[in-house]
Design a binder for this molecule. Structure first.
Ligand SMILES: C[S@@+](CC[C@H](N)C(=O)[O-])C[C@H]1O[C@@H](n2cnc3c(N)ncnc32)[C@H](O)[C@@H]1O
Length: 233
């Protein structure tokens, strides 16, 4: 059924859908794209940039995972010469190419390592990253709970997971977008606010905050430092 309803150019993310180009344009244009965000989902795009700024506060030697990196909007937070390892992961090679193009334009390519990866099965070690960012991603994943648990697994004890998602319990305004997105194979089941909080707790995060801006929820939590002790016996 879903397969039959997919139109030309609309396939899944790994097929470089037209929507990917439009979405990417919207997040990279604060004025015009910001107006589209406000009108479409009632959300303030500047909050995405503000959340990405946490990347710029990481000390030299830190490791940051950006999943899904998409066109690389989170690179706005990274500073030239910051001296961190920045892994940009996405399931679509075309999106990783855009991330690297953006990294080169911003003079950041020496710090950015592109990795083709599925968020549900991240090819990284437990606790490999000090900061994991996942902007506008959870609602695109087929299994968002698994994604949160995986991102939690690769977050270092005391590290941070921060991200955003188009959530389900946000009224009828976004129902058409969410419905069409699911039919087109671009959106997954997403989550409610309560589910995001539950999954963050299951993944070992404390001090979880969830701030709404229109239909987009911005979540942030700190990986419980005692989680490693429990896992390690
Ligand atoms: C709406 S874009 C968001 C990208 C970026 N974080 C941003 O805020 O602009 C969603 C991205 O999720 C990626 N994606 C979809 N499913 C994925 C999966 N299972 N694992 C990793 N990335 C995935 C897509 O390729 C796409 O680049």
């Amino acid at each position: 059924m879903l397969e039959r309803l997919r139109g030309p150019g609309l396939g899944g993310w790994s097929e470089d859908p037209l929507w990917g180009t439009f979405y990417d344009w919207s997040v990279e244009h604060p004025r015009a794209g910001g107006a589209v965000w406000k009108a479409g989902i009632g959300s303030d795009l500047r909050l995405l940039y503000a959340a990405a700024a946490e990347i710029g506060r990481q000390p030299a030697g830190s490791a940051v995972l950006d999943v899904p990196s998409g066109g690389g909007v989170a690179l706005r937070g990274l500073r030239p010469g910051q001296g961190i390892r920045y892994v940009a992961a996405d399931i679509a090679q075309s999106m990783l190419d855009r991330t690297m193009e953006s990294a080169r334009e911003r003079g950041l390519a020496d710090q950015v390592e592109p990795r083709l990866a599925d968020v549900g099965e991240l090819p990284f070690a437990d606790g490999e990253f000090d900061l994991v960012v996942s902007f506008t991603g959870l609602h695109c994943f087929p299994d968002p709970q698994r994604a949160v648990l995986e991102m939690g697994r690769v977050t270092h004890a005391g590290g941070v997971l921060t991200g955003s998602a188009l959530l389900n319990d946000t009224g009828l305004r976004t129902l058409p977008i969410r419905t069409v997105g699911r039919f087109a194979g671009l959106l997954g089941p997403s989550a409610t606010r309560a589910q995001v909080r539950d999954w963050m707790a299951q993944a070992g995060f404390t001090d979880v905050t969830l701030r709404m801006s229109g239909a987009i929820g911005y979540f942030r939590g700190i990986k419980d430092a005692s989680a490693d002790l429990i896992d390690g016996g």
